[in-house]
Design a protein around this ligand. Structure first.
Ligand code: OOG
Ligand code: NI
Length: 458
C-alpha cells in the first residue's frame, strides 16, 4: 500500500499564495513596490521610536510580518465566477465574512471579504481579498446588459488546472506539497493583468459610459488583482510622504480620524495608473488605455460593537454633512478638521470604550491571577487586577471607506446614481455560502476569552 502524502495546511498555501501575488504585482506595478518600501521605512521608524510597541508586536508574533500585505481586491462578473472563487479561497483557509452593499455609494457591486477567521490562522498569514460581484441588473441599457452578460458567460477565468486542484483538495481534504505548489501557480493566473482586452474598443467605450467599473469587469479575460494593501503603523506619515516618492495619494484618508486609541480601519491609496491596453477590432489590435490598478495602505484599530459602530457611522455621516471631501483635494484640510472635531464625541481611552460597550476586548489573566477566587463577574475580576482587557483588532472592511477607495480609482468626475439595493440573500445564493456575521464573530472572541479567565479563577 502506498502511504498517503501528507497534506499542506491551508494557512501555508495562503501564505505562499500571498507572497506569489505580491511578487507578481510588484513586477507589474512598480509604483506599488515604491509604496511597499515607504511603508517599511515608516514602520521601522515608528518601532525605533516606540520600544513598547515593538515589544508588544514581538510578543504577539506580529513583528516579522508587519509590513506584509493584508489585503487585495478583485471584481467578478458572474455568480458562477463568485461560487468558484469561494471554493478556491476555501482551499487557502479563507471564508466569506461580512456583506457590503456598494450601491449606496453609486458603485454597482456587492461584496464580501474572504479571510482567515481564527486567531491562529490570522497570525500565520492575514491575507484577505475584498471580492465584489458586478450587479449588471443595475445597468439601465438592456441591450448593453445583454451584450455584457454574453461576454462574461463566454469567458473562463480559472485555468483547467486550478479547477482540477480545487476538486482534488475538496475530495482529499487538502493538497500535497507538490499539488499546493501547482495550485498557487495556477490560481495566480486568474489574478494576472491582461494587456489585451476581451472586447472591441467600441464595446469598451459603451461599457465605460455605463460605468467605469462595468468596463473594468467585462472587458478583460480575468479579474486582475486591482490593488494590494500592506499594513502601516502610521498612515498619516505614509500619506504625507507619498508625493516626495513620486506617488500621488488620494485626497483624504478614509475612515476615522487620527486618535490615541485607533478604532476600526483607516485607509488611503495612490491613484490608479493609466495603462496601455489593446482592443480587438476584427483582425487588428488598436491601442487604447484603461485605469484600474493602484496601491493602498491600511492601519487597523479596535473592532467596534454594534453600539460603537452606530456611533462611528453617525459621526461619519455628521462630518460628511458638514464637509464632503472633494476628489481634487481642494477641501481636504477642512474635511480633516471637521472629522477630528466631530469625533471628539467618541471616547478616546480604552477603559471608557470598554465600560461603555463600544468595542470588543479579549480578556487574559494577569501575572498575579490565582485560582480559588470563587465566582466573579468580569468587573470584579478587573477591579481586583486579576484579568486584563486588550482591544480585539478589526479584521474587516467599511462600506463608506470602500466606496471612497473605489471612487478615487474609478475617475472622480463620474457620478452615476443607483438606487441603494442591498441584497445579501441574493449574494449568498450566488456565492453558494452564507457570509459570517462579523459582529457575532467578534462577540464570540470576547465571550470565550472572558469565560476562560473566569473559569480559571474559580
Ligand atoms: C475594492 C475597494 C474596497 C477596501 O480596502 O475597502 C477595498 C475595489 O476597488 O475593488 O479594497
Ligand atoms: Ni482595499
Amino acid at each position: 500500500m502506498i502511504a498517503a502524502k501528507p497534506l499542506v495546511p491551508a494557512d501555508t498555501i495562503r501564505a505562499r499564495f500571498s507572497a506569489a501575488m505580491s511578487a507578481m504585482y510588484r513586477a507589474e506595478v512598480p509604483a506599488y513596490g515604491t509604496l511597499m518600501e515607504l511603508v517599511a521605512e515608516v514602520n521601522a521608524e515608528v518601532l525605533a521610536a516606540d520600544p513598547d510597541r515593538r515589544a508588544r508586536l514581538a510578543a504577539t508574533d506580529e513583528l516579522a510580518r508587519i509590513s506584509d500585505e493584508r489585503h487585495g481586491a478583485i471584481r467578478l462578473g458572474t455568480a458562477a465566477e463568485l461560487a468558484m472563487m469561494g471554493r478556491v479561497f476555501a482551499v487557502m483557509g479563507m471564508a466569506p465574512v461580512g456583506y457590503y452593499d456598494l450601491t449606496e455609494a453609486n458603485v454597482p457591486v456587492h461584496s464580501t471579504a474572504f479571510r482567515p477567521v481564527d486567531a491562529a490562522s490570522l497570525r500565520v498569514n492575514p491575507f484577505r481579498v475584498f471580492t465584489s460581484l458586478l450587479r449588471l441588473d443595475l445597468i439601465a441599457d438592456e441591450a448593453l446588459r445583454a451584450e455584457a452578460a454574453a461576454v462574461l458567460d463566454a469567458r473562463q477565468i480559472f485555468t483547467p488546472g486550478a479547477v482540477a486542484l480545487v476538486e482534488k483538495a475538496e475530495a482529499q481534504g487538502g493538497l500535497s506539497a507538490a499539488d499546493a505548489e501547482s495550485f498557487v501557480a495556477e490560481v495566480l493566473e486568474t489574478f494576472r493583468w491582461h494587456q489585451r482586452a476581451n472586447v472591441s474598443a467600441a464595446l469598451y467605450h459603451r461599457l465605460h459610459d455605463a460605468h467605469r467599473l462595468v468596463a473594468d469587469v467585462v472587458s478583460f479575460r480575468g479579474p486582475h488583482i486591482n490593488h494590494l494593501t500592506p499594513r502601516t503603523l502610521d498612515i498619516d506619515a505614509v500619506q504625507a510622504r507619498m508625493p516626495a516618492h513620486g506617488i500621488a495619494p488620494k485626497a483624504v484618508v478614509e475612515g476615522p480620524p487620527t486618535r490615541r486609541c485607533p478604532i476600526l480601519l483607516r485607509q488611503t491609496s495612490f491613484k490608479a495608473l493609466e495603462e496601455p491596453v489593446a482592443f480587438q477590432d476584427g483582425d487588428t489590435w488598436v491601442q487604447g488605455h484603461h485605469t484600474a490598478r493602484f496601491g493602498e495602505i491600511e492601519e487597523r484599530g479596535i473592532a467596534l460593537t454594534p453600539k460603537g459602530r452606530a456611533l462611528y457611522d453617525q459621526l461619519l455621516t455628521e462630518t460628511r454633512a458638514k464637509v464632503r471631501p472633494a476628489a481634487d483635494g481642494s477641501n481636504s484640510a477642512a474635511y480633516v478638521a471637521a472629522l477630528q472635531d466631530t469625533f471628539t464625541a467618541f471616547p478616546d481611552d480604552w477603559e471608557t470604550i470598554r465600560a461603555q460597550g463600544l468595542g470588543y476586548f479579549a480578556y487574559s489573566l494577569t501575572e498575579t491571577a490565582r485560582a480559588g477566587q470563587g465566582p466573579l463577574t468580569a468587573e470584579q475580576a478587573l477591579a481586583r487586577g486579576l484579568i486584563q482587557a486588550d482591544p480585539v483588532v478589526y479584521e474587516d472592511f467599511l462600506p463608506v471607506s470602500a466606496a471612497g477607495i473605489f471612487q478615487s480609482n474609478l475617475g472622480d468626475t463620474v457620478q452615476q446614481d443607483f438606487a441603494a439595493s442591498p441584497n445579501q440573500r441574493r449574494f449568498e445564493a450566488e456565492l453558494g455560502l452564507k457570509v459570517l456575521d462579523e459582529f457575532a464573530h467578534y462577540a464570540g472572541i470576547e465571550a470565550a476569552s472572558l469565560r476562560a479567565c473566569l473559569n480559571a479563577l474559580l
